[in-house]
Design a protein around this ligand. Structure first.
Ligand code: NAD
Ligand code: TYD
Length: 350
């Protein structure tokens, strides 16, 4: 039986990765380590929380001694590291928190893995999950490849870039078996409603203003979160140690076009007259350092490991909107903060 650590498994992408791994690999023992910040929500994993080969540990990756003890106790053979502060706007208001979790937290995990794997690194793997935002901003043409120079602009992307460099440095200096991936914007179920899609779905539903930054001309490449989780599975099992893989949807949307499409779909689903929700669009001051365009070239992953996105965007967007409309209770708990009580009830009082 293989023992695997997944960090940040109570977050948006992490919860999809945990679900995929515990369902697909009953022979693995999966330990989910998460601090449960505002973005971590164990209700995201209700359907798998009682499986015998899954367990949850609440803890902070910034606490090096705690991380070291956890590795010594469980003797992990693989790590999939997703825990991070992940929201650009929060990184503008509080950059330091991003350095602690994204940089120091990652180095603590690398140290612990290095320590327990130093005699027998063979068969072990430290998988670092990163973002396309480390590459900076594109003009109208071109794509990010694995060779694109790092050029981060926000404190979030600077902290992720720094963590990527540390992961590669531990490979080159200490021979730690690592693999990295840099993915484009994810969308799907269980995303905290501070990010564009869940925030706007929630606001359209509740007739609240839709704050579009600047002129809404920024472009993002959207990938369905379950396709990202599938890519992580493929790379974890078949990727070459020391390598980096870009993951993306080949699915670029200008923010304003995407927002208008969401408004149209939701008018239809909510039985509102055409054009009703678009009236909620409100242009607000642009985000500082706002990258214009992200677009990923994921041909290496497609060519070498045979991964391709499974879902067309229109279908994924419909599914996602349906999920948020059908899970109003989840959204209400998250927006009211009630979900923070879930850990108490499930894990502390029992
Ligand atoms: P998220 O904010 O939804 O979840 C992050 C999780 O990490 C939360 O459960 C939180 O409680 C946990 N966490 C935060 N600080 C911690 C700490 N100090 N110790 C332990 N746990 C801690 O983020 P997400 O959108 O699911 O992103 C997951 C990873 O994927 C991140 O590394 C992010 O950089 C990367 N990524 C995200 C996207 C995207 O579109 N969301 C795209 C590419 C890459
Ligand atoms: P976001 O979901 O925060 O992801 P990221 O900044 O990591 O790409 O934002 C996606 C795009 O939507 C980005 O260009 C910023 C824009 N945006 C808005 O216009 N208004 C909003 O309220 C939010 C949250 C984002």
């Amino acid at each position: 039986m293989k023992t695997l650590l997944i960090t940040g498994g109570a977050g948006f992408i992490g919860s999809h990765v945990v679900r995929l791994f515990v369902n697909k690999y009953p022979g693995y023992r999966v330990v989910n380590l998460d601090k449960l910040t505002y973005a971590g929500n164990l209700a995201n994993l209700k359907d798998v929380e009682n499986l015998p080969h899954y367990s949850f540990v609440r803890g902070d990756i910034v606490d090096g001694d705690f991380v070291q003890k956890l590795f010594e106790e469980h003797r992990f053979e693989g790590v999939i590291h997703l825990a991070a502060e992940s929201h650009v706007d929060r990184s503008i208001s509080n950059p330091t928190e991003f350095v602690f979790t994204n940089v120091i937290g990652t180095v603590n995990l690398l140290n612990a893995a290095r320590h327990i794997w130093k005699e027998h690194p063979e068969g072990k793997l430290f998988y670092h999950v990163s973002t396309d935002e480390v590459y900076g901003s594109l003009g109208e043409e071109g794509f990010f490849t694995e060779e694109t120079r790092y050029d981060p602009h926000s404190p979030y992307s600077a902290s992720k870039a720094s963590s990527d460099h540390f992961v590669r440095a531990y490979h080159d200096t200490f021979g730690l078996p690592v693999v990295l991936s840099n993915c484009s914007n994810n969308y799907g179920a269980y995303q905290f409603p501070e990010k564009l899609l869940p925030l706007f779905i929630h606001n359209i539903r509740n007739n609240k203003p839709l704050p579009v930054y600047g002129k809404g001309e920024n472009i993002r490449d959207w990938l369905w979160v379950e396709d990202h989780a599938r890519a992580i599975d493929v790379i974890f099992h078949r990727g070459t140690p020391g390598e980096t893989y870009n993951i993306g949807g080949h699915n670029e949307w200008k923010n304003i076009d995407l927002i208008r499409l969401m408004c149209r779909i939701m008018d239809r689903k909510l039985g509102r007259g055409e054009g009703t929700s678009e009236k909620l669009i409100t242009y607000v001051k642009d985000r500082a350092g706002h990258d214009l365009r992200y677009a990923i070239d994921s041909s290496k992953l497609q060519r070498e490991l045979g991964w391709t996105p499974s879902l067309q965007f229109e279908e994924g967007l419909e599914k996602t909107i349906d999920w948020y409309l059908n899970n109003e209770e989840w959204l209400a708990h998250v927006t009211s903060g009630d979900y923070l009580k879930y850990y108490e009830e499930q894990y502390v009082k029992r």
